[in-house]
Design a protein around this ligand. Structure first.
Ligand SMILES: [Zn+2]
Length: 157
């Protein structure tokens, strides 16, 4: 079912959401004390993914960004499946699937996946097993994702 109230995230930029998340979750603040450039880069792309997530019309709002060599190849939110005559009530087309459909084989690319919850905070966005497999098959060997406590990293394939 669609969320009835307008989520806060629609009224505040993703950047400030991440900032709030940092204040709420020590793990994310710790991420900021990593070697600065690396942490900044990861958070910047996760920020972009959060912006994509905010555009999703799905119950679970997920966004993803595919990056290679410092360039964004493509980005997307997850989508509601729209097959006429078929009732996939809560089924969605995952954001990662959309990236792979657009970008194709992307050897050496890194995927950043983010989810925002109803309150507009970053939430767990670990790629599901099906997406993990698809990403690996397309040459994407590394995923960074948001969690309710900060960020997570996953090696694929
Ligand atoms: Zn998935």
């Amino acid at each position: 079912m669609w969320v009835r109230f307008p989520p806060r995230s629609l009224h505040s930029p993703a950047a400030s959401m991440l900032e709030t998340a940092c204040k709420l979750h020590p793990a994310l603040a710790m991420a900021l004390s990593w070697p600065e450039r690396k942490a900044d880069t990861v958070l910047a792309y996760l920020n972009l993914a959060l912006k994509q997530a905010a555009r999703s019309r799905c119950r679970y709002r997920v966004g993803a960004v595919l990056v290679k060599g410092g360039r964004v190849l493509t980005h997307s939110s997850n989508r509601v499946r729209n097959a006429p005559g078929v009732d996939f009530k809560h089924a969605t087309f995952h954001a990662e699937e959309m990236l792979l459909r657009r970008a194709g084989i992307s050897r050496g690319a890194v995927v950043y996946v983010a989810r925002i919850d109803r309150a507009g905070a970053a939430a767990l966005a670990r790629p599901c097993p099906r997406c993990q497999q698809a990403l690996a098959l397309h040459g994407v060997a590394l995923a960074h994702f948001t969690t309710s406590a900060g960020t997570g990293t996953l090696r694929l394939g």
